[in-house]
Design a protein around this ligand. Sequence first.
Ligand code: HPA
Ligand code: ZN
Length: 324
Amino acid sequence: MSGLPKVELHLHLEGAAPPTFIRGLAKEKHLDISGIFDERGNYRYRDFRDFLKVYEAATSALRTPGDYQRLALAVLEESAASGVVYSETFVSPDFCGGRDLGAWREYLHAMQEAADQAERQMGITLRGIVTCIRHFGPEKARGTARCAAETAGDWIVGFGIAGDEKIGAPKDFRWAFDCAREAGLRLTAHAGEWGGPESVRAALQDLEVERIGHGVRAIEDPALVDELAERGTVLEVCPGSNVALGIYKDFREHPIDALDRRGVKVTISTDDPPFFHTTMVREYEELHRAFDWDEGQFRKIARQSLDAAFCDADTKAKIAKKLE
Ligand code: HPA
Ligand code: ZN
């Protein structure tokens, strides 16, 4: 099962940086972020808010386009080793280059170079989703959306929002999402991870996104589950992330199986693999163990994921051949 070809729709590039990689960069830059690691060298965080702080501190070591190029290549190597043939990665201009469009283009170029190399050498295809950060506020998100809109195209295919879903409201980000939509970008929003079903409803109503990052806490509202199934809204489910952040006790308690049975389109992703001690192979193994999911189920989900991908039709057709 774990050798099956996989499609991943929800991976944060910055959050996929291994602790060793970040420690190396911090050393080069004489940056003291030793407090974010435990005695074994892993990322250390207490809860969701603390995770976001540690995430930002780790990201502060990523400074140059070259850092992002090396990171993208390392992450793609890891994903390809897990059997991923297509990956959509969130990347935030707020972390690289600020809102300076000129600088953002340089970072983007560096990531695309890595993606091209990985495609040639490892047969994995990468696309980018620009993401704003909710707790950085709507004003900053406008600048982020402008960067996204200016660089929308074959490679930047979507716009999203991550961060603390208990701060502010989706409607505050309407301008940013409209700006991205008008540039032809496809839309997704983190919701229903740390926040409840009302957070998912707000993202759908106020941002009109077609995918939801996580969305799993919709399970607490049966009418919302029906609505998601009817609308065909795709959930970018990251079970290992939810378990690591204590939203569910273990994989058996996770609602992915129940959502799938109720007709919601679920997909499988890792979110921030080194933070959550996961890989796509581990997600598959744990889901197989918890719910007895078989090869047919995983193949169905990979096709469902590709259907929901934001890339163009030609790219999808090429990837579809790898899923046969
Ligand atoms: N949730 C919200 N923001 C994030 C996450 C997440 O799981 N990962 C990186 N930023
Ligand atoms: Zn995420």
